[in-house]
Design a protein around this ligand. Sequence first.
Ligand code: ADP
Ligand code: MG
Length: 445
Amino acid sequence: MRYAIANTDLEEQWKRIQERLLDEYGEATYTSWLKPLYIVDHSEGCMRLAAPNPFMRDWVKNNYAERIKTLLQSENDNILQLNVIVGEKADDKQPPEQPILDVPEFVSNLDTRFTFENFIVGKPNELAHAAARKVAESETVTFNPLFLYGGVGLGKTHLMHAIAWQIKKCHPKRKVIYLSAEKFMYQFVRALRFKDTVSFKEQFRSVDVLMIDDVQFISGKESTQEEFFHTFNALVDQNRQIIISADKSPSDLEGMEERLKSRLGWGLVADIHPTTYELRLGILQSKAEQMNASVPQKVLEFLAHKISSNVRELEGALTRVVAHSTLVGRDITLDTTQDVLRDLLRANDRRVTIDEIQKKVAEYFSIRFSDMHSPRRSRSVARPRQVAMYLCKQLTSRSLPEIGRKFGGRDHTTVLHAVKKVEELMGEEKNMCEDIELLRRMLES
Ligand code: ADP
Ligand code: MG
């Protein structure tokens, strides 16, 4: 018997919690760390969960236990405490029968929508895109590794999958492995546990193309870095292609060994910048087409303006708007859009206040915070003030009169003029676009 206390209710609850965890953390994390957990017993308000080994126990404790506890308590208010221990489940003592990485796993790792055809190219991602295409299509290794980096939801994973699909199409014989750094680490730990590191090494070192996504995950994980470093070198020595993604540039990766950082920067480092309004609009148009939905241009523009943090959120918003219109059988309008996305738009607004914008902009242009409110009209303070007004209009839900009041009691027409002026300048000056994007990025992070 697996449980000290047989309790079908508890099992049912645990199943539901597992589904939630899968939902919240995604397939990779769930399979690696959460799925192997099981209930040992529950007595006097203390629930005990077991992990297969001490390493996993510690990892779960540090990263997921709080969330699991909250979910447990929402299912069962008898539970006061959660303890994670090392347990032995009969079927866990056998080494895996299947090879660590098999081909079906590789294919199921890839999202069919993440192709080059579906990737919209714009200024912020053109270098990364060109490099990805080059790597996918060329016969020889040109730069090694290709290192892609950028913020969350800007298309790193999409590009990596696109490379994999393209290689499968053009060079079906090439052995390609794509996996997250988290999975790499998990496989490595598992190999250690089953004393199977030899075949682990062989499998990784026999590939033509190795792609590791979100490599920042192994920051601070020394033995995994060590193993990765050796795999990396072995592949580079054999002239095999490596593609890495991360949320920061190699030199900015904290908790990474120096020699690994330097090695990661040897090839081509391509960053993906935050999206511009034009790129967001282009992505929305293409997604709306893919969904076969007729979405008014005004609505697409509204979304591209309001949701600027990342593409994932942008897509989510569009999907919601389209789904809503299909469900209730009504056309999409600006009004219904604002209504359907009320919570999301408010959450985006809540991120910044007018005060914060004024402070950041003043700092950025090296003027005094008080200049935001002062009547001074010299160009050196007037332009930054206009930029701040523009950002207030874009990033908050305040009305023009409200914004005017916060800028030393100015009239709403002044704010309107500022917004128009900045838009005009953005059309003419590259510098202005960059200033705005940078400020937006700083304010929204
Ligand atoms: P990251 O790995 O950088 O966090 P993803 O690659 O997962 O981001 O992208 C998040 C979502 O945004 C995906 O659904 C992806 O298809 C979409 N996306 C990002 N950039 C683009 C783009 N340039 N064109 C089309 N879709 C994009
Ligand atoms: Mg990703």
